[in-house]
Design a protein around this ligand. Structure first.
Ligand SMILES: *Cc1c(COP(=O)(O)O)cnc(C)c1O
Length: 419
């Protein structure tokens, strides 16, 4: 359930009509619902209620907006970060360092220092080499840092290849068959407190079975580690739960996920950790756009050209992703059209031959399920600015990220005097 509903024939976010936001802030604009974020956070936590004290860290990369992080921090979520920039954001949003998990295959020397000095809760090591480097730095600073080893379970998550992370050929984690040996080697280093294992096999998973298979392998690894005398007190099961991008699409619920986790992790005797991103933020946001014009070419369906483009919402161009598209004030008439942005690439296409609400120049519409991997993936391609973000709370709303004009981007450029 979300708080993006039609009232008196016009689309509202909570109690705010989207037209009011378009008028105040302009388009395109991302609009998030605080009530929906809170609801998703609670449904996720409730799904894990059979577990003893699970640790939940929001995957910041899904939506790093400070106001979004504040909402989720207030719900008791920590943060899963994959860069120094995300760590800085999580702390700026008031999240506690001890609740932060640092993932990512390419943490730099400077980022490792940043994480140690901030006192984060756990480093998820993605390689043996990273473990040695982290230990040297931490030891030099007189610290022993809580760490987990990310394993690559060689499981096909059956999602889009670009967001699949748990197959042998993917860059993430250490191979399962070497994991125990690497863990044992890292556990004796002076700068590390090896306390657990981590796994994350991909995003937008629409079946639980690959996750359960991966968790089974992690369970066997924990047994093997303990048999070797290693200490394992934590297991980080990552994120990945998919969301419905189409009306009536079925995805596993957090309750079903939680029941599977409880079953798969029985007897592990660890604190379980989770890193949900998309399932919390995806359906808590829309991208509001206005039709620039419609045009016909040949005998095919018309093109509806909107003022949002692939630089604002990259998922369709990058992953061939589907986003439901609805008029803000539908007349009841329908049309078949291609939905495209203004960018000079054919890839700047949101949908082909889509049956949609009839739309004309100047009408407002939304791309749904744009709260995760939306604004954060934006670029300024074609010298377009960055889209603003708005957070709605009941009948009030606030701009939580300013529109960045092309002029401001240009102002950061220099022509050297020798030209
Ligand atoms: C991206 C990512 C997540 C979040 O994935 P979702 O599919 O958004 O839940 C969690 N953990 C790690 C390590 C990630 O890279």
């Amino acid at each position: 359930m979300d708080h993006f509903q039609f009232k008196n024939g016009v689309l509202h976010v909570e109690d705010v009509p989207l037209a009011a936001i378009a008028e105040a802030v302009g388009t395109p604009v991302y609009v998030y619902s605080r009530a929906t974020l809170i609801r998703h956070a609670r449904v996720f936590r409730d799904g894990l209620s059979a577990l003893d004290n699970p640790h939940i860290a929001f995957a910041v990369k899904a939506n790093p907006n400070l106001a979004v992080l504040k909402v989720l921090g207030d719900e008791g979520f920590g943060a899963d970060v994959v860069s120094g920039g995300e760590l800085t954001r999580a702390l700026a949003a008031g999240m506690r360092a001890a609740e932060v998990v640092f993932s990512g295959v390419g943490k730099t020397h400077a980022e490792l220092i940043q994480g140690i000095e901030a006192g984060i809760g756990q480093f998820n090591l993605e390689s043996e080499e990273e473990g040695y480097e982290l230990s040297v730095i931490a030891h030099g600073l007189g610290r022993r840092v809580p760490s987990a080893l990310r394993v690559n379970p060689d499981v096909d998550a059956r999602t889009h290849e670009k967001i699949s992370t748990g197959k042998r050929e993917n860059k993430f984690g250490v191979p399962l068959d070497r994991a125990a040996e690497i863990y044992a080697a890292l556990a004796v280093l002076p700068g590390l407190e090896m306390r657990g294992v981590a796994v994350h096999i991909g995003s937008q998973l629409t079946e639980l079975e690959p996750l359960e298979t991966a968790f089974g392998k992690v369970g066997a690894l924990i047994e093997e580690l303990r048999a070797r005398g290693c200490t394992v007190t934590h297991a980080d099961l990552g994120g990945g739960l998919g969301v419905p991008y189409r009306k009536n699409e079925e995805t596993p619920t957090p309750a079903e996920y939680g029941a599977m986790v409880a079953r798969a992790t029985q007897g592990w005797n660890v604190q379980l950790m989770f890193e949900p991103g998309r399932v919390i933020a995806g359906n808590a946001g829309v991208l509001l756009t206005r039709v620039v014009r419609t045009k016909r070419s040949g005998n095919g369906p018309p093109f509806v050209v909107v003022d949002a483009a692939m630089n604002d919402l990259m998922r369709p161009a990058m992953y061939g992703a589907w986003h439901d598209f609805d008029a803000v004030a539908p007349s009841g008439e329908r049309m078949t059209a291609h939905i495209v942005g203004p960018i000079c690439e054919t890839g700047d296409t949101f949908a082909m031959d889509r049956e949609i609400d009839a739309l004309a120049t100047g009408d407002l519409a939304v791309f749904r399920t744009a709260g995760a991997y939306g604004a954060t993936m934006a670029s300024s391609y074609n010298s377009r600015g960055f889209v603003p973000e708005v957070l709605v709370d009941g009948d009030r709303f606030a701009v939580v990220a300013d529109r960045i004009d092309p002029q401001a981007i240009m102002d950061a450029e220099r022509v050297p005097e020798w030209l």
